[in-house]
Design a binder for this molecule. Sequence first.
Ligand code: UDP
Length: 338
Amino acid sequence: MDPAVRKLAALPAGAPVLVTGGAGFIGSHLTAALLRRGHPVHVLDDLSTGSLDNIAPLRQLPGFRLTVGSAADPEIAAACVADAAAVFHLAGMVGVRLLAATPVVVMERNLRCTDVMLRVCAEAARPTLITSSSEVYGHGPVPFRESDPVRPGVPDGLRGGYACAKAMGEWLAMAHAHEHRLPVVVARLFNTVGPRQPGDAGMVLPRFVAQAVRGEPITVYGDGSQTRCFAHVEEVAVALIDLLANPAAHGAICNVGSDREVSVLALANLVRDVAGSRSPVELVPFAEVFPRGFGDPPRRVPCLSRLRALTGRAPERPIGEIVRELVVAARQELALPV
Ligand code: UDP
């Protein structure tokens, strides 16, 4: 990458920051972490999948500002970017449920948001982090390295369309870095979990926790031998801040997640044990939950060497600890004894 890309100081103390998607699950934790570090934070969110509940405790804090609007609207985006010293672009539609139900909207909106934000950030020359997804690795061999080719699969498998839109966003980011010297970092997010993650988007851990606490069957898709690595959202937020703050990361793509692999069946049993639940663990064939050709990656493990080299650390909170935290929160929500 052109060394000129790296010259801007990325995140000076107290600098105002824009977080698109800041009312979402990861965005709201990132916003909280930035406010804690003394950055005024402007959240741009259209509240389509994010919610005011996620940011309710933050709205009273000095330095917090909210604009309800779309990051895909060039005028709104430009106005928000103008006031910010750096930008975290998280706005987007995620989750297998949305993708299976409305793949066109998901692909178009994700690509358009990223396209608009990158153009506006390049024009304003703001250090920018965009969030991509481990989905770009498809079903390739693990561990996934940033230097691997992307493998979104075949176009009649709907899931690959999400991966393609994310990958195209990455290419655009690198193109802006090359052509407009945009100081941009691409964070490829792996499975991220923690408080406030909604289960209705289809994500596995909030679903398992809710099922276990309510005594309902824990629905393991397939035979449960597929694996994932789960990172706590607070550690992910720190990684995103550390990456954008480091000019050496600009122009780079970087995996962000945990590398502690667990099978989905083992996760179901762990949740059941931690919750002291009698829920049966039920195997549900993929064909009953996903459209034909949707596909479910058999293993997903990031290589975190680059993240460690750029930030000096990587998410490491053990899954047992994370599950305990989420079980307590779910019990409180249902007013059950914790
Ligand atoms: N999964 C499951 N039961 C559920 C929801 C998800 O077994 O109720 C599985 C899913 O098939 C996948 C893993 O859990 O293998 C993680 O799913 P999630 O949607 O959380 O994230 P993904 O890694 O698929 O993006």
